[in-house]
Design a protein around this ligand. Structure first.
Ligand code: MBD
Ligand code: FE
Length: 265
């Protein structure tokens, strides 16, 4: 049975690529190099990485342009469903006893597009460790490290303690890295937190948040930074405030509020 949407977009993709081959005089060898690259991406577990770096932000922008409230962001290749529910509050993301990195207190509020609090919103948070590695993706990290789920409270507020991730560097020696190298581009994404939020009111939304003034904010290899996705951040060097959160060192305080409208509204 034909699918009208598939018919429209796949036939246009086909026309676009045939025209592209003619325009650039793509040779048979170049064509085969391209299919080999896709196969290498799949074999290296990097297929999503390649597409996410080059194209995901454009698709996300399409969804955002006719939506009310907080914009969405790219998911990237490393989301895993089924992260553990955290105890608390206070919520602490699963981490090793000696987890390297500056402590991060990430907090905010989930509301409707008109500012009504949304209690019981599910927040599903994942991010890289201080070495720029994700659990269950990169080796040698305990399962679910720096991945976890928790709910907003009666007032729609949430808070979770974790560590501040560094910029993420795409593997230089993988197929995606080889493409970036051939283009003369760098391999970095700015430091970021990934989130999925779920609530009956708005369904499921994907977010990704950045640190103001962070390195690569203006030159993200995935071109996915949007001003609206930058958190409000301050560095807290007050031992009294640290102690209030059970911390014995300075920490990063990051704030972000989500306001979502129902799907299709
Ligand atoms: C990431 O962590 C990421 O978010 C994207 C889009 C690409 C590679 C690694
Ligand atoms: Fe990421």
């Amino acid at each position: 049975m034909t699918n009208d949407r598939v018919l429209t977009v796949v036939e246009d993709l086909e026309r676009t690529l045939v025209e592209f081959i003619r325009k650039h005089g793509i040779t048979h060898a170049e064509y085969r190099a391209a299919t080999d690259l896709i196969i290498a991406e799949v074999q290296a577990g990097e297929a999503s990485l390649l597409f996410d770096v080059f194209l995901e932000a454009a698709a996300t922008d399409m969804d955002n342009h006719d939506r009310e409230g907080t914009i969405e962001a790219i998911e990237g290749p490393f989301y895993l469903p089924g992260a553990p529910w955290l105890d608390g509050p206070p919520h602490v993301l699963p981490q090793r006893p000696d987890e390297p990195g500056t402590p991060l207190l990430f907090h905010g509020r989930v509301t409707t597009e008109t500012g009504a609090p949304l209690p019981g919103a599910e927040l599903d948070l994942w991010h890289a460790d201080a070495a720029g590695c994700y659990s269950q993706i990169h080796p040698g990290i305990p399962d679910w490290n720096l991945r976890g789920r928790f709910h907003s409270d009666d007032d729609g507020r949430f808070a979770v303690q974790t560590i501040a991730p560094p910029p993420y560097e795409i593997p230089k020696d993988g197929p995606t890295g080889r493409v970036l190298n051939a283009l003369g581009r760098h391999f970095f994404r700015p430091a970021h937190l990934h989130l999925k939020l779920r609530h009956e009111y708005f369904g499921e939304r994907t977010s990704q948040l950045y640190f103001p003034g962070g390195e690569y904010l203006g030159s993200d290899v995935a071109n996915a930074v949007r001003d609206e996705l930058v958190m409000t951040v301050r560095f807290v060097e007050d031992p009294e405030q640290s102690a209030r959160h059970g911390l014995d060192s300075s920490y990063v305080d990051a704030h972000y509020d989500f306001a979502f409208a129902p799907e299709g509204a």
